[in-house]
Design a protein around this ligand. Sequence first.
Ligand code: GTP
Ligand code: MG
Length: 208
Amino acid sequence: MQVNTADFAISSTNVNKCPKTHFPEFAFIGRSNVGKSSLINMLCNKKIAHTSVKPGKTQLINHFLINNSWYVVDLPGYGYAKVSKTARVEFEKFISFYILERKNLVCLFVLIDIRLPLQAIDAQFMQWLAEEEIAFCIIFTKIDKLSKTELQKNVAAFQKEMLLTWEDMPDCILSSAEKKSGKEDILDFIEENIALYNKHLQQQPKGN
Ligand code: GTP
Ligand code: MG
């Protein structure tokens, strides 16, 4: 699939303010600074989402309309240390509400910095997604920062760690916003899932 048009739609403070739509939606989440906004810019072929070297840049639910038929959503990062506990709890509520309530959310991309071993916060978050039966796909980011050997070693170690508690590995895609790699894999994944979503919509009785 090609991205022909990508337009900023709206920034929302909560799920009730997000666009009312049946268009399929794919959201990007992960620890602060993992590269969510950069990856969205790579997919859209333009600097549409704000990025920063400092963590905590994205604060709202940001919708971008792609090819006038589906949405990409840039979410704030989790696990940013420099916030108060109250702010963190509020933030977790706001994000979990979006994930649980957004009916047209087809799949969540969970971004993981593959330079690090599996972090507890990512493991807990994916566990929660599984418990809530939320479909997700892992995207390993910043692969340009590792050699081929290091990358293979880290991916193997990550999978080994996951498989201590998971029966199967979730889908995983390797990416680098810097080197523009992984784009085709992500867009192919999205295309397949849009087709499944549309098929499912057509099978729904009218009025749902
Ligand atoms: P928050 O919105 O703060 O949660 O961050 P984010 O996950 O949206 O990260 P963002 O895209 O703003 O990127 C954070 C930093 O990582 C920036 O300095 C990016 O230039 C850098 N970065 C993102 N992707 C890559 C990548 O693939 N390779 C390299 N080398 N740097 C990257
Ligand atoms: Mg961001």
